[in-house]
Design a protein. Structure first.
Length: 517
């Protein structure tokens, strides 16, 4: 089974579970609200199971259960210290997800209710107060309001509904080594995809398809197995940065996300992927206007910024070291190049940056043309332009491209153009890149191949003659000659058709006369 087939199977299994859970909540609240409960509970289950695994290891020699050890004040204090040091938080034995599931299965005789779950969630946050991990765990569950009347009018009805969700979540296999999907990210995309109208947002703002993530990750890790750090300035659910970690060992993850709910999702996702709280730094603020990592330089940068977003484009930014050298600012109605300029500033001299953008950045003029010329002519940072198929992102059918930047380029005399827009698998709602499509893109990029109707390494002189317009068809000729038409053959065929019509008319006339009799 190929990776993409395995992903599809795992997604189908996950989606069925999510659909069942969504049906339980549908009609009681908006999709944008109930996704917060589902994702929050998936994450709580993970934290709980991680706690159990670590505690079992700590108590292995003592041959004593977690619940029994917790009754001993001295052992309890030691366990708390170890858990805070090793995983950054504490979940008490009676608040473990597995224990609450046991109580749920007991029915009316069980101790579970939403108030118990609320206490459990609160203790996670409270356990980190004053610890190094405090910032990484604060407000993680703020979007999961267990006292909301939308869950039910009283504790009993709310408890019954949440119990059904927890039992469904208990069956999701998301901790196995062969899991190829980003469970939180994929769950988020699916929930928004099914209920986008009521949610009012599109998952494309936050989520990048796995195959596109793989392309970006492979590009920024070419020739490297160990990265000092990776950065995503518009990190959404953090799936892009985490994908880089599948291609190389990443010592520290950095990210920034403007939307608070998605910022919480990113931190959850880091922890769910077993990234220690000490090894990631994700901030909640507008990246362009409130940057939080300006003193850092990154060996790998990946991003899928919101397309043509608005920003202030205030003249004060002409004094900002990220933008001042260009002499122009990205237009207020299209922040695409503002994100690019920010990332270029953050890129280390030995680093690689790969960013997904709309095609407009390749050819739009005015300020964007000036910025594009500076990046190519003055700095020689642009390494490759890769055109992707249309309709591969949820929420938008527009074609996109990947721009690759390096500050110290080996191939200093050319820019590689790849037109991968026609090689994909057509889907019912979205097109998909197959494994072979991804491999072809990466192989072409790594070896800088010129392939007829697919790729071309254009010299900087050629790009200059095109006035720094990067529209891919200017460099990769994909024109297909139409088959020549034999006029005489067509004329003969038309004559034959006329004769056939005349014969049919005669036949019809004969039948009509018989009917009149």
């Amino acid at each position: 089974m190929t990776t993409s087939e395995l992903q599809r199977q795992q997604q189908a299994d996950l989606h069925k579970k999510l659909w069942d859970m969504a049906n339980d909540l549908r009609g009681q609240m908006e999709a944008s609200e109930f996704k917060n409960y589902i994702l929050g509970l998936i994450f709580y289950r993970f934290l709980s199971e991680k706690t159990e695994t670590r505690v079992n290891k700590l108590l292995e020699e003592d041959k004593i259960s977690y619940a029994k050890a917790w009754e001993d004040k001295e052992l309890q204090a030691g366990l708390k210290d170890e858990l805070i040091q090793q995983i950054g938080y504490v979940i008490e034995p009676n608040y473990l997800f597995s224990n609450m599931v046991v109580e749920i299965t007991k029915g009316d005789s069980g101790k579970f209710d939403v108030e118990m779950l609320q206490r459990a969630v609160n203790t996670v946050t409270e356990s980190t107060l004053g610890a190094v991990s405090e910032d990484e765990f604060q407000h993680l569950f703020d979007d999961m309001d267990l006292a909301s009347s939308k869950l039910g009018r009283d504790v009993k009805s709310r408890s019954k509904l949440i119990a059904k969700i927890m039992l469904n979540i208990n069956d999701i296999p998301f901790l196995h080594d062969d899991v190829e999907i980003d469970v939180l990210g994929d769950a988020y995309e699916y929930l928004i995809g099914q209920f986008a109208a009521s949610a009012g947002k599109k998952a494309g703002e936050f989520y990048t398809p796995q195959q596109v993530s793989k392309i970006l990750a492979k590009i920024v890790t070419v020739g490297k197995t160990d990265l000092k750090n990776v950065y995503d300035p518009t990190c959404g659910s953090a799936s892009l940065a985490l994908r880089v970690g599948k291609e190389a060992y990443v010592r520290k993850y950095y990210g920034q996300e403007k939307v608070s709910t998605t910022y919480n999702l990113a931190r959850m996702n880091m922890l769910l992927h077993d990234i220690s709280y000490q090894n990631f730094d994700i901030q909640n603020a507008d990246t362009v206007e409130e940057p939080r990592h300006l003193d850092e330089r990154f060996e790998a940068i990946v991003a899928n910024p919101p397309y043509s977003a608005k920003w202030s484009s205030d003249e004060k930014y002409l004094q900002d070291e990220r933008f001042s050298a260009y002499g122009r600012l990205a237009p207020a109605s299209k922040a695409d190049f503002a994100f690019v300029q920010h990332m270029i500033h953050q890129l280390d001299d030995n680093g690689t940056m790969a960013v997904v953008l709309p095609h407009g950045v390749l050819f739009r003029g005015a300020a964007e043309g000036v910025i594009r010329k500076y990046l190519i002519d003055d700095k020689n940072y642009l390494d490759a332009v890769i055109g992707l198929p249309a309709n591969i992102f949820f929420g938008t059918s527009i074609p996109t491209c990947i721009l690759v930047f390096k500050k110290c380029r080996e191939a200093e005399d050319n820019i590689l153009f790849i037109d991968a827009s026609k090689e994909f698998e057509k889907g019912k709602n979205q097109n998909r890149l197959r494994d072979e499509d991804v491999e072809k893109i990466i192989d072409t990029y790594v070896n800088r191949k010129s392939i007829v109707k697919y790729s071309y390494a254009a010299s900087l002189k050629e790009v200059k003659t095109q006035d720094y317009n990067l529209n891919i068809p200017r460099y990769v000729d994909t024109f297909e000659e139409e088959e020549q038409i034999d006029i005489q053959t067509v004329k003969n065929r038309l004559q034959e058709i006329d004769e056939e019509i005349a014969d049919i008319d005669i036949e019809l006339e004969k039948y009509l006369k018989e009917l009149e009799v």
